[in-house]
Write a protein that binds this ligand. Structure first.
Ligand SMILES: C[S@@+](CC[C@H](N)C(=O)[O-])C[C@H]1O[C@@H](n2cnc3c(N)ncnc32)[C@H](O)[C@@H]1O
Length: 470
């Protein structure tokens, strides 16, 4: 649609969709569909097992032992469709797959249908195998490596035979029955990739793959079905970042788009999952724009929307969406007029770090409210570089963006004179913004330009905006 005129585009669509260094909670069969074709260097994964037992069933004669019961939910194997998606997502076929003896044929037969691949077998012999009901469980795990022959110069295919104990301590700490040793995962990741490459693990459990990827300078994407393990993954990433002295994970190049026109029409041109969070300023509409909010929600697999509302509408907005299964929090209150930000989200997406939903209060100058006390904290005050009279005070919006997103996230805010665009530029987020007229557009471009200059970046070329508008 023509009205979605991009004045600041740097490969946004491609960048916005590669949401690296995140763990997505949910069924990987659904999540993988959102990962672009050819965007991942290698898959290193430890999918649900299939175990041989004396009765020939997955859980069979061991079903009553603690261990088997603990891992029963991931001993059902998984659909071959996941492997098909992996082939699509990888730049070229390049992966290492942990499996039990019973699954070797599943992996090997699948990959043998591709002409140009080499298949290598690695093993991990555990020195502390489990004894279950008088029978030792198999002490060897297999790793099937599959690589497109054109990658043989860059990928290490030497067969490995690891001999080491299982991670009994970490299993207890993180409560996951099949946690993998970071040393082994790191070695495998190093075999198939270079620093800076993106590694995918569709069944990441407690994210041993992600942790190992960070340890050796790679990025990762993980999926995990169970909320409990997805949370552990998040915790482990924090611990690893702390250990490595990393403050924030690296993300894609910063960029954004500003569209000129009507918010509803512009929204139609935005693709599904092109953004991570939306901000809706309901005060610029006549009444709460429910149809518009619903359209925003329909554009997100894991909806996450912040709605700026007047006090009289808080209950209406919150209850309407609570009844639709949303988690809602009122996260910001501001000034004498009592405006509030209602934060809605559906469970699913895991955010790292700064995400939280505790309530913040601001006073009329947009500064955080502090009770009078000697212990009052010093607060960072940052001035906007814009001259536009924003509806929401700069500091209020800035803190909302910081608290609800992480570096590299894309924020959709289809109203206003560049407030969100300025904040995103200054805090390393991406943005999809809109302005209603030429005057706002100029103001917005000027703000982005100044914000970029503040960060020492290249200032935006104002002439391009003017030319664009002719
Ligand atoms: C063998 S475990 C992986 C353990 C992981 N390597 C670690 O070190 O923590 C397999 C994981 O896949 C998860 N899982 C099973 N089916 C899934 C699905 N359809 N989508 C995403 N995760 C799934 C299970 O919950 C389990 O945590």
């Amino acid at each position: 649609m023509k009205s979605f005129k991009k004045i600041l585009v740097k490969n946004l669509k491609k960048a916005a969709k590669i949401l690296k260094n995140k763990v997505y909670q949910g069924d990987c069969q659904k999540i993988l569909k959102f990962i672009p074709t050819g965007s991942v260097k290698a898959v290193v994964m430890d999918g649900p097992y299939v175990l041989h037992t004396r009765k020939g069933k997955n859980t069979g004669c061991y079903a009553h032992t603690d261990y088997i019961q603990g891992i029963a939910s991931f001993c059902e194997g998984f659909s071959v469709d996941v492997l098909k998606e992996i082939v699509r997502i990888c730049e070229k076929i390049n992966g290492i797959f942990f499996c039990s003896a019973a699954q070797l044929d599943f992996y090997i037969s699948f990959f043998q249908q591709y002409d140009n691949v080499e298949i290598i077998l690695h093993t991990w012999q555990k020195t502390n195998p489990l004894c279950a009901k008088g029978t030792m469980l198999c002490d060897t795990e297999y790793m099937v490596q599959v690589v497109d022959k054109s990658l043989l110069d860059e990928v290490d295919t030497t067969p490995e035979h690891f001999i080491s104990p299982k991670y009994t301590k970490l299993k207890k700490k993180y409560g996951h029955g099949t946690i993998k040793p970071v040393e082994i995962m790191t070695k495998l990741i190093e075999k198939v990739s270079e620093p800076g490459d993106l590694i995918l693990d569709p069944f990441c459990g407690t994210n041993s793959t992600g942790v190992s990827a960070l340890m050796c300078g790679r990025d990762f994407i993980g999926c995990e079905l169970e909320e409990e393990y997805a949370k552990v993954s998040e915790q482990r990433i924090f611990e690893t970042m702390e250990e490595l002295g990393i403050e924030e994970l690296a993300h894609d190049e910063l960029c954004g788009s500003v569209a000129l026109g009507n918010a509803e029409e512009i929204l139609e041109t935005v693709e599904k999952d092109e953004f991570d969070i939306a901000f809706v300023d309901s005060t610029v509409f006549a009444g709460v724009p429910y149809t518009y909010i619903d359209s925003v929600i329909s554009k997100m697999t894991f909806p996450c929307v912040n709605i700026w509302v007047e006090e009289k509408n808080i209950i209406d907005v919150s209850m309407r969406y609570a009844r639709q299964g949303f988690i809602f929090d009122i996260v910001y209150s501001y000034g004498e007029k009592t405006m509030a930000m209602v934060h809605l989200r559906k469970p699913g997406k895991i955010f790292y770090g700064t995400y939280h939903t505790s309530r913040h209060f601001y006073v009329d100058d947009g500064m955080p409210f502090q009770p009078k006390s000697k212990k009052a904290k010093k607060v960072l005050v940052e001035q906007s570089v814009g001259s536009y009279e924003d509806n929401i005070p700069y500091m209020v919006m800035r803190n909302m963006v910081l608290n609800c997103t992480q570096i590299g996230d894309t924020v959709l805010a289809l109203t206003g004179g560049g407030l969100v665009a300025e904040i995103c530029t200054r805090t390393d987020r991406k943005f999809l913004c809109a302005v209603q007229d030429k005057e706002e557009l100029l103001c917005c471009a000027e703000r982005i330009s100044k914000a970029k200059a503040l960060k020492g970046g290249e200032a935006f070329d104002m002439n391009k905006v003017l030319t664009f508008q002719e």
